[in-house]
Every structure is written in structure tokens, then in C-alpha cells.
Design a protein. Structure first.
Length: 318
């Protein structure tokens, strides 16, 4: 095959243009930050709190775009379809990112998405209206045993931490609950206040920043009580083996140049160490728990195995 001088020149110019674009990163245009859930939830608050600090570190704008739905699949699909130039990043949440890989055909390949950093790990909890007859997890379980399927539980989708906590509670207590999916925590809280569901799953951080006069937490799903809610008993303290948390961080396409992903990771690390950010995180009840993208990714196979076992607990899980 003959390669013309014109073809060689064109290829050279394209390569030069790509190199120039990467060399300019990230100051020549905004970096789109996709959030996999609706505004007002823990993931949205975390990234909107972090964005101004990333902007300072990288001298770039980070406009936030919420793409809720399908437990995060919509956001991950958008990320996988973006150009691998470092100008699109996304929230990354487990367990959802992992559980959607269990027996489900996805519109993207999870192997194409690489963590940049874990920022937060937040224990789960179940919330009811403040005036609810359920004063504890024990009360709720007693009612659910007498009324199979009558207790509806608002979650942010199949395979999310709230859904897995629900499956664990069903198994641990021998009860049958009914899952109702929502696009985000605020939607679920609105449904709860409207009496459309009996209970919702939140994270402890989301609960502590909610109106305590409107909601009551029944248990937290951690080995030990979170410092954010030291007076809230764990599920284990109430006799139910339920352990679940939400890990939240940032991700990019794996084929984004390694030096750009490294710069993003360094910017996150530096921002998290900033005392001003730490104070804002405290005000927003964000339980910071930094982990490098490499270390977080190394944890994921074991987590996926555990989540798969949880799904197997109940035949035809909800």
C-alpha cells in the first residue's frame, strides 16, 4: 500500500493537534463533572463542595451535570461515551457501580472506567417519619413479620447500598420488604414525608444534615457507631447482621492519558488536605475517607464477590 505525502502530512498535523490539546489541559476549556444522582443527595453535595477546590488546584472550571437514573448507569454510560481527553469525569459510587455488573446487560463496559480517588465512605441507615410508630429497627421488623410486603422502602435503585441493606435485613430478620426506587435522596425524602413509602434508605451523613424534626433514624449499618451519629445504634446492636456503606469518589475513562489522570488524583488529594475544604466537609457531614484510585480499584473484586453473595441471599431479590 502506498502512503502519500498528503496522508503523512495530515497524520502529522492531527498528532500535533492532539498533543497540543493535551499540553493545554486543563486550562483551555471546562472539565465536565457528571453526578450519577439527583441534586441534593450525598454524592451531589460531596462533588459540589469539592468542585471549587479542584478549580483552584487545576485553574479550570468544573461545571456539575446531574445525570440520575438506573442506579448510576446513565452517568457511567455518558462517561464511557465521552472523548478520552480528560475533559469529562464522573462520580463513582459503590456498591452500585459493582452490583450493576451482576446479571445485567449494561450499555457500557465497566472495564473502561477507572477510579481517580475515593473521597467518602458513609454508613447506611433506614429513616422513617418522625411521628412513625417505628421507634427502632426491632419495631419495624415486628410489623413486617406480621404484614409481609407491607413495608415499602425507598432506595436510589437496584444494587445501591440502601437496596443491599434491605436485602440483608430481609435475610437477617426473615421478613419481606418492598423496594421503591427513586432518582436521588431528596426525591426519596419527599416521598417519605408525603406518606408514599414507609421508610427510606439514606446514609448517615445525609441523615445528619436533614431536618431532624421530620425524620427518625432506626439504625446505622456499620461495625461501630459513626462519629456523625454517636447516639444512633447499629443494626448489630439491635440483633440484625446488616453491614453496608456508600463509597463515593471520582472516575475517568481508563484511556485518558495517565499523566492527566495523575494530575486529577493529585488535585483531589491536595483539595482534601486543605483545611478550608475539611471545614466545609464537616459542615456538610461528609465522612472523608480518601483512598487512591489504584487502591480503591484493588478492593473492588472482593467487594463485588460480597455483593454477589448478598444478591444470592434471596431468590428473585427485589
Amino acid at each position: 500500500m502506498t502512503i502519500t505525502k498528503t496522508a503523512v502530512l495530515t497524520a502529522t498535523l492531527l498528532a500535533a493537534g492532539t498533543g497540543a490539546a493535551l499540553a493545554d489541559w486543563p486550562t483551555d476549556r471546562p472539565i465536565e463533572l457528571i453526578v450519577a444522582f439527583a441534586p441534593g443527595g450525598g454524592t451531589d453535595i460531596m462533588l459540589r463542595t469539592l468542585a471549587p477546590f479542584l478549580e483552584t488546584e487545576l485553574d479550570a472550571q468544573f461545571p456539575v451535570l446531574n445525570r440520575p437514573g438506573a442506579s448510576g448507569e446513565i452517568a457511567y454510560t455518558a462517561l464511557s461515551q465521552a472523548r478520552p481527553d480528560g475533559y469529562t469525569v464522573s462520580s463513582l459510587n459503590t456498591p452500585g457501580f459493582l452490583t450493576m455488573q451482576i446479571g445485567r446487560k449494561l450499555r457500557y463496559d465497566p472495564a473502561d472506567i477507572c477510579p481517580i480517588a475515593r473521597i467518602v465512605e458513609d454508613p447506611g441507615t433506614f429513616i422513617v417519619q418522625a411521628g412513625s410508630e417505628y421507634k427502632s429497627l426491632t419495631d419495624l421488623v415486628a410489623f413486617a413479620k406480621a404484614n409481609p410486603g407491607a413495608v415499602s422502602v425507598g432506595t436510589t435503585g437496584v444494587g445501591t447500598d440502601e437496596h443491599l441493606a434491605m436485602l440483608q435485613l430481609e435475610q437477617a430478620a426473615g421478613i419481606d420488604l418492598t423496594a421503591v426506587p427513586f432518582g436521588g435522596a431528596n426525591e426519596a425524602k419527599t416521598a417519605l414525608l408525603g406518606g408514599h413509602v414507609a421508610m427510606i434508605g439514606l446514609n448517615v451523613g445525609e441523615y445528619t444534615t436533614s431536618d431532624r424534626s421530620s425524620f427518625r433514624a432506626l439504625a446505622q449499618f456499620a461495625e461501630q457507631r459513626s462519629t456523625l451519629a454517636p447516639d444512633l445504634p447499629t443494626a448489630k446492636e439491635q440483633g440484625f447482621d446488616v453491614l453496608m456503606s456508600s463509597e463515593r469518589g471520582l472516575a475517568a475513562r481508563c484511556d485518558v492519558p495517565e499523566d492527566i489522570r495523575a494530575k486529577l488524583a493529585t488535585a483531589v488529594d491536595t483539595a482534601l488536605a486543605n483545611p478550608e475544604f475539611q471545614e466545609k466537609a464537616k459542615q456538610q457531614a461528609l465522612p472523608l475517607s480518601f483512598k487512591s484510585g489504584k487502591d480503591w480499584q484493588a478492593d473492588m473484586p472482593a467487594r463485588l464477590e460480597r455483593f454477589t453473595e448478598i444478591f444470592k441471599m434471596i431468590e428473585g431479590g427485589q
